[in-house]
Design a protein around this ligand. Structure first.
Ligand code: ADP
Ligand code: ADP
Length: 226
């Protein structure tokens, strides 16, 4: 089954700017997939639509076979999003950031606590569970956003530029974590403009440019050509 099946996806922002011009893309279940492209290419718009944060203009989005327009809540439950910017919940303690998100998905408090502990431990944040989010470094904030995105145990994790501006040590620990998560069965899609990141992590890639898919290939095929 496809984790993602997108057909003729378009987005025109208010004011008339056409950010996506008919994207066709499938991503297999279990894949670790990179969406590469320069700033302004449409990557954030694309994943914003997948995560139901941005309204599409036209086309269809299916996630694990479910049409986003027909079963929006089910599609939301399949997806965890690690956003690029996070300027919400800044005064909340780390553990509450994760519990809040669990509440958003209707997970009972007792189960939410078990999961918050599990994911914060996996991401080396359990010792800082009472620290306000705003006091974390950029890299730790990003790891917290991963824990937050996993609390409803999504089948597809989407990360927007996960390691932009993150120092090398935390970047490596995030890469290791994401590889293990993928090996245990979670499909992962990330956007990046670092080829090195895609190269290190991903099996398949699409290059997006000016709101269109310029290329879709395996990482190995791309590297052969460079
Ligand atoms: P990327 O993530 O690849 O950098 P984005 O999806 O953020 O690209 O942006 C694609 C294009 O859409 C850019 O030209 C950007 O300026 C424009 N854009 C993004 N958000 C909006 C918005 N809310 N209103 C109008 N234009 C937008
Ligand atoms: P509502 O549907 O109640 O308007 P919002 O769109 O305001 O909800 O989202 C509530 C919170 O959940 C926000 O912090 C948002 O970023 C987050 N969120 C929404 N959809 C997802 C998703 N698929 N994965 C992770 N976080 C999400």
């Amino acid at each position: 089954m496809s984790a993602l099946d997108v057909k003729q996806l378009t987005k025109t922002y208010k004011g008339g700017f056409q950010a996506l011009k008919g994207i066709d893309l499938t991503v297999d279940e279990g894949d670790f997939f990179a969406l590469l492209g320069p700033n302004g290419a449409g990557k954030s718009t694309f994943i914003g639509i997948l995560a139901s944060l941005v309204n599409k203009t036209g086309g269809t989005v299916k996630v694990f076979g479910e049409d986003q327009d027909r079963t929006p809540e089910l599609v939301k439950s399949f997806i965890g999003l690690v956003p690029q910017e996070f300027n919400f919940n800044l005064f909340l303690p780390v553990v509450e950031v994760v519990l809040n998100q669990a509440g958003y998905y209707g997970i009972p408090r007792r189960e939410a606590k078990v999961r918050a502990e599990r994911y914060l431990k996996q991401l080396d944040l359990w010792d800082r569970r009472d620290t306000e989010m705003r006091k974390l470094s950029g890299g730790l904030k990003r790891r917290l956003m991963i824990a937050r995105a996993l609390v409803h145990e999504p089948r597809l994790l989407i990360l927007d530029e996960p390691t932009a501006g993150v120092d090398i040590e935390i970047r490596r620990s995030m890469w290791t974590f994401l590889r293990e998560l993928n090996a245990r069965g979670t499909t992962i899609i990330l956007t990046t403009h670092y080829l090195e990141e895609a190269e290190s992590l991903c099996r398949n890639i699409a290059i997006i440019n000016h709101g269109e898919i310029a290329e879709r290939t395996s990482m190995l095929t791309l590297l052969d050509r460079l």
